[in-house]
Design a binder for this molecule. Structure first.
Ligand SMILES: [Ca+2]
Length: 253
């Protein structure tokens, strides 16, 4: 009986110790959970620290804005450059204005812009249009770059030329490049189609080739815009080919 009481006390003691042990374990577990909560709490401040980083970027964007502002003045400087060019164009205008009065009394040397003839040996070769523009027949000879009549011995042929600017005529220069000497008459043509003879002669058999027949013109008191050349090829019996015809004169009195 005494031993069973002893056993009972021992059992109680063991239970007490077990309860105490359980109490201790429970105490240890609770703080452990408490430790984890602060860990989460520490992470929150970490997020809070990131927020200021975003705030710092905002000022960075603000710093870029002034850069754009600096470019705007740069564009303004370019506008000034354009403004400087405008006076330069203004300086050119007076220069063109001074050229117009300079033409007064000045001789214009014009090449024909159109041409027709009594006949043509071919077209476009040897056609009347071969007398348009500046000379392009390099030497004496029967070349396609000069006008030639259809036959070589006709007593009557003519070549007419027109010019861009009517002038008071001063000189006519006829570039003959094959069998020169058959030109017997030269006339100037007014805008109302009056033909005024400025030179006449008989066929000349002793002309050099090539030859520039230079005819001075005097006493024409009105502007002319055309030249007519008449030929008699019956004496020389060959094509008097004409490469180009120049009209020299003044556009103003
Ligand atoms: Ca020609």
């Amino acid at each position: 009986m005494k031993s069973s009481r002893f056993l009972l006390v021992g059992l109680i003691v063991l239970l007490a110790m077990a309860a105490l042990a359980c109490s201790l374990v429970g105490d240890d577990t609770t703080p452990a959970v408490t430790d984890e909560v602060p860990a989460v709490t520490e992470e929150v401040p970490a997020v809070t620290e990131e927020a200021p980083v975003v705030t710092e970027e905002t000022p960075a964007a603000t710093e870029e804005a002034p850069v754009v502002t600096e470019e705007t003045p740069a564009a303004t400087e370019e506008t000034s450059v354009v403004t400087e060019e405008t006076p330069a164009a203004t300086e050119e205008t007076p220069a063109a204005t001074t050229e117009v009065p300079a033409l007064q009394g000045q001789f214009l040397e014009q090449w024909a812009v159109t041409a027709t003839a009594s006949s043509e040996y071919g077209n476009p070769d040897w056609a009347a249009i071969q007398a348009i523009g500046a000379p392009n027949t390099q030497e004496c000879g029967d070349f396609v770059t000069a006008w030639a009549s259809s036959t070589s011995s006709s007593p009557y042929e003519w070549l007419e030329l027109r010019y861009a600017i009517p002038v008071f005529p001063d000189q006519i220069r006829i570039y003959e490049t094959y069998s020169p000497g058959s030109i017997i008459r030269v006339e100037v043509i007014t805008p109302v189609s009056d033909y005024i003879a400025v030179w006449e002669d008989g066929p000349r058999t002793d002309e050099d080739c090539p030859h520039v027949l230079t005819i001075p013109v005097e006493g024409i008191e009105e502007r002319v815009f055309g030249v007519r050349i008449t030929l008699d090829q019956s004496i020389i019996q060959s094509w008097n080919e004409i490469d180009a015809v120049q009209l020299v004169g003044r556009a103003f009195e």
